[in-house]
Design a binder for this molecule. Sequence first.
Ligand SMILES: [Fe+2]
Length: 523
Amino acid sequence: MTLPSSVSRRGLMLALGAGGVAIGSGRQALADPVFAEYPFQLGIAAGDPTPDGFVIWTRLAPRPLEIGHGMPSAPVPVKWEVATSRAFSTIVRSGEAVARPELAHTVHVEVEGLEPGREYFYRFSAGRERTPSGRAVTAPAAGAAVGQARFGVLGCQAYEQGFYTAHRKVADESLDFIYCYGDYIYEGRGNRTYTGSGGTMENPRQHLGGEVYSLDDYRRRYAQYKLDADLQASHASTAWFCTWDDHEIDNNWVAALDQDGTPPEVFMLRQQAAAQAFYEHMPLRRSAFPRGSAMQLYRHAAWGDLLDLNFLDTRQHRSDQPCGDSWAATCDGVSDPAAQVLGEAQEAWLYRNLERSQARWKVLAQQIMVMDLDRKEGPEPGYNLDTWAGYRIPRQRLLNRLRDRRIGNTIVLTGDEHQNYAGELHLDSRNPEGAPVASEFVATSISSSGDGQDQRADGRRYLADNPFLKFNNAQRGYVVCDVTPERWQTEFKVLDKVSEKGGTLSTRATFAVASGDARVVAA
Ligand SMILES: [Fe+2]
């Protein structure tokens, strides 16, 4: 018998003895494993809070960057505890989960039976090793009066293009929750340099390996990202709601189509690997468990009577980008009546949620910009076709629905652009009629595109050419939404640099929306 390299003979002996824990049909788990190295190097996370609980996550990976991650090919039990204080003097829930080799020894526990609207702390242990504690807040009781919520919006964290100082800072905000819109990893190969707004820049860090395709590739990419202490601090600070954008699989993919014209049945194999690795590494509920290349990622959450949160998936059910996905362009395909952004089922689900909602604010938490920014110089308009502007008919359907059914107080939260934007949504921004239908805030990136600058030349032009656009900034950072029944407030937090550790954070701008009035005004 060959011993797995990271499990000592004692661990295995115990596992094979009376202390073995039965896992499924006849297999035995390593009941008291002894790890060659600390197994929780990838940190912990919480996700998808409800009024009575949340998901808690960790992974056993003593050698996170190696194939097999330093674990034996066997299930291993992991203990978990939830307490009302960081001292863990009162443990209110505890149990044992199984880290399975099929899922890269990740653990997802759906903790239940907690009290609504309060802070909890959680931790894991395996063998003699224990994680630090993490914090998560349960959602307020359904329909309960909520006076204030404060949450973060972030994403786009290209590892090689900058340090995760924004994560370190957001961890200090003690937020109710974080919405991560996606681009948690980037699939590309390691590059010494990247081309940013300031020309060709040296990358401060490097991706390991080439472009990722296989399950092992994606797992190693997640491991490299999750080894970052700042990212771990951000996860440990509060629960996240996670969706994906494109780079969790491949740049600008939609449905079963990649940007390179790969046969869909081949691309779907890559999607299947990427979906499994995404599920494994995010604090997602069992309802998101991948089936082949598909994942159920669109979902709803509520924060008492204050927020109805609709987390959308604008990749999986979308039709192909029109006009060959070229930049700042337009063509007949932009007005294709058969085009879809959400797909029929998700769109119907969203409209149902919006029409039934009793909450003060209705949130569309999603990936791609709804504002139809004209991005082309000169009299002819040109759009980013990987946004809702490239899908005029579904975009009009959404905004018509909001207007015709008098669904007010709708806030769209977006990412993907690697710039901050704030603006107002009109059915046709070239011919705005009356008051805006809704408001949109676009969060910049954690690190993607490097240091950036306060405003780029294109940003200045967008502001001049698009009167519904109220704010643009091209630095790195995150957004904090501070919400009361009377007003929505969005704070744009930016860093002076991410090319070195220790960047300085400042609040670059704050915008507000008053209840009953979708205009976006400087606060
Ligand atoms: Fe991105």
